[in-house]
Design a protein around this ligand. Sequence first.
Ligand code: C5P
Length: 479
Amino acid sequence: MASLTIRKLDDAVKTYLRLRSAKNRRSVEEEVRVILRELIEGREEPLTPFSAPPAPSSAPTPQRTGALPEASVTLIIGGGIAAYKSLDLIRRLKERRVEVRCVLTKAAQQFVTPLAVSALSHERIYTDLFDPQSEFDAGHIRLARDCDLIVVAPATADLMAKMANGHADDLASAILLATNRKILLAPAMNPLMWNNAATRRNVAQLQRDGVVLIGPNSGEMAEAGEAGVGRMSEAIEIANAAERLLRPPVPKPLAGKRVLITAGPTHEPIDPVRYIANRSSGKQGFAIAAAAQAAGAEVILVSGPVDLDDPAGVTVKHVESARQMLEQVQAALPADIAIFAAAVADWRVANEGEQKLKKTAAGMPPLQLVENPDILATISKLADKRPPLVIGFAAETEHLIDNAKSKLARKGCDWIVANDVSPATGVMGGDRNTVHLISRKSGEIAVDSWPVMTKEQVAIELVAHIARSVTDKSLEPAS
Ligand code: C5P
């Protein structure tokens, strides 16, 4: 009979299985069995992905949103009085949308019951290295690897000694030896045991091996009248440490930087009901604003009329015309970085009608156009408040690179992001973009051509370049 290694399935299938098994409160293996049975019985559920598994009705409402990816933890509960806190830890992990599969050592079962652990984790629990009931063909190997993190709480002096020396004579120590996942230990023991030379050696060895420790804290011991370092960290501290390992904080390379961005088209009024516009959707500028915000920057987005939601955490100034856009840009200075992604109308109507223009027998009313202020050039040439890095966009339908290079010189900016907007490319209003980053490097003009990407990916790449230029002097603008 063939055996199936869940770990080896592709990510989409694994995610589907995890979400579906969490939803149905079954282990992944049980879920696979159910799917196979249903298939054979001809009543399979459609394989459509879930956006997020609904919380079990008896479980507390999750504090986090479904946006966070699913993760799974194998929780090894060691034998100590602090084991009661592991029950709260299961709840805290599940609140963070983490699946928890529990292993109890023999000693742990003296402190918490398998029934309580199983009820809280909504999973069967594991206790024996040789378990005829186990649905796994090599239980300890699966428990060691079919998870994203192993947490040991409480980590007793004995369990840590076994780990440090590579023992594998019970299920818990065999899992810890067989795993290639990160391990988080929450030690709990009497202060004398914690300070014992043997434990000190074991802790040092485990840290050298890359094991992460949380605590122990200092405080009162269960033993009357004893106090010191040895109390297990609180469940919330362990859950937070686990979450940091499962979902490391995103680096914020633009923290402390103020980024000013223009986006979208401008509308230049002809009369109170008509205007001159262009086909810009604002998607690229909005994606850059979101990426800069995610990179930790304070972002001010000056946007022309678009059909997009304001990016979260970004200050958005909505404008109509080029002159209003310039006004808001000037008001937003000083900034460390300015990115002019707006498709600003080059001209506006000089003789804007106060009332709606009427058709007359004399034919079409003449429209006189005057040039709009060039926002990019104006800001690039500022003597006092010029941002240290000014980036323009060049949307061209022909001679893309040459036009972009001459724009770099003419406008006085530091970088130009050039993109081909001929109708065949579908860039205007579309979701993908092919761009070339034109900059000055050691007096020369450098062209860096990027592959076709979504506008979000272009934004992330541009922000990564900006972040590098902030730290790497060789990429700094030459001006
Ligand atoms: O001259 P052109 O419109 O092709 O230049 C494009 C770049 O200049 C873009 O970065 C655009 O946002 C900026 N621009 C501007 N004000 C204008 C015209 C263009 O900021 N009036």
